[in-house]
Design a protein around this ligand. Structure first.
Ligand code: SF4
Length: 381
């Protein structure tokens, strides 16, 4: 308890962390000087890294910046050009928000990325963490950051009990982050500056103070750590019970025109709170309780999309995938629709595409792999 009530030596802590980071940090594309000093590029990396691993983000980050090297490039592009570059990363609402954010930078600040953390946080879709990361990394501002890595490190160092999302713990986490960043120097040449110490905190969580079996023996801040002193590093932070998995059964229809080698796709609505907004797919729906796959497909194709006479063929393939706490099994069935109907009156959002064209559309990744499989198996199964 003496340890907990004593004043936390934030400056010493920051120094130890910065020294360790100088030799231990990973080479990552967003840490290259030209990227790390550009708030737009830091924002792109931070948004991509939310909910996605570092290894998965790297190729997407490079491709995205190649196509949209500046905030002006991104703002000027139509959303339909942005989404394909995100396909495969998941959580597509992030791409939409990033795009809106770029447009706000143009509209409100004439393209000059705002400098203050408060201004950055006022941009669409930017939260306290992301604003702090952009301001501290690209501008060396004394703005605190708390992400999942930092929260875990602090839970151990400061012995935080219970759910880290609780109001009381959140307050403590942000206070500690503030103390640490305030102990840094604004001087660009100081080794102990916000643009070093904030990423170092996250890197410590990623490399040393990992969720399982933290490597305390090689930890640069071991001397400050309450969990290490009391042998509780494997017990903290307390795990919160997982949300129960929901099973969903989806069906989709493969409607193929053999004479033109075209496949029928539908674009999901742009304006509703649904998964994969604005992306393309084989017409798809979720089975209702006790509804057979055939009945669900008839409901979708005949009643909802009004494709006229519909005949459901055979089951071609099932792919399974997860979205948040949902486990989805997606069955693909072949189907035929009356061709007169399709040549005269296409329902809104429905279109024929050649196989090659589908590669340039924004498709949810499970749909992308399903289409590849269908194509390999010669259109008609
Ligand atoms: Fe984490 Fe162990 Fe370091 Fe404490 S001593 S911060 S538990 S790695």
């Amino acid at each position: 308890t003496d340890f907990l009530t004593a004043v936390f030596p934030a400056r010493l802590f920051s120094e130890k962390l910065a020294t360790w980071f100088a030799s231990a940090q990973r080479d990552l594309p967003w840490r290259e000087a030209e990227n790390a000093r550009d708030p737009y590029r830091v924002l792109v990396s931070e948004v991509m890294l939310q909910q996605t691993t570092v290894a998965a983000v790297i190729p997407f980050y490079r491709r995205f910046l190649e196509r949209f090297p500046t905030v002006q490039n991104l703002a000027a592009a139509p959303l339909d050009d942005v989404m394909p570059l995100w396909a495969g990363l998941g959580y597509y609402s992030r791409a939409r928000l990033l795009h809106r954010c770029a447009q706000a930078v143009i509209e409100k600040y004439g393209g000059e990325f705002p400098a203050l953390v408060e201004e950055i946080q006022a941009l669409p879709g930017v939260g306290r963490y992301t604003a702090g990361a952009v301001a501290s990394i690209s501008r060396n501002q004394k703005a605190p950051i708390v992400d999942a890595n930092v929260a875990r490190v602090f839970a151990r160092i400061f012995l935080l009990e219970g759910d880290l999302k609780s109001t009381a713990n959140q307050k403590t986490l942000w206070q500690r982050a503030e103390e640490i960043v305030q102990s840094c120097d604004e001087d660009e040449l100081s080794p102990v500056r916000p643009s070093v110490v904030n990423p170092a905190l996250m890197e410590l969580g990623a490399l040393v103070c990992t969720p399982r079996s933290p490597d305390c023996a090689h930890c640069p801040v071991q001397q400050f750590c309450g969990a290490y002193r009391s042998g509780r590093q494997n017990e903290l932070p307390h795990r919160t019970p997982k949300q129960q998995t929901v099973e969903l059964r989806d069906v989709c229809a493969f409607i193929f025109d053999a004479s033109t080698q075209n496949v029928l796709l539908r674009q999901r609505a742009h304006d509703q709170k649904i998964w994969w907004r604005g992306m393309w797919e084989l017409p798809r729906t979720t089975c209702r309780e006790n509804e057979t796959a055939r009945d669900a497909l008839l409901r979708l194709l005949r009643d909802e999309l009004r494709l006229g006479d519909v005949e459901i063929g055979e089951h071609l393939k099932t792919v399974t995938h997860g979205v948040t706490h949902h486990h989805i099994s997606l069955e693909c069935w072949s189907a035929e629709v009356s061709s007169t109907r399709l040549s005269t009156q296409m329902p809104p959002g429905v279109a024929w595409y050649e196989w090659d064209e589908t590669a340039h559309l924004a498709l949810p990744s499970s749909m992308g792999s399903l289409l590849k499989w269908l194509r390999r198996h010669g259109g008609q199964a």
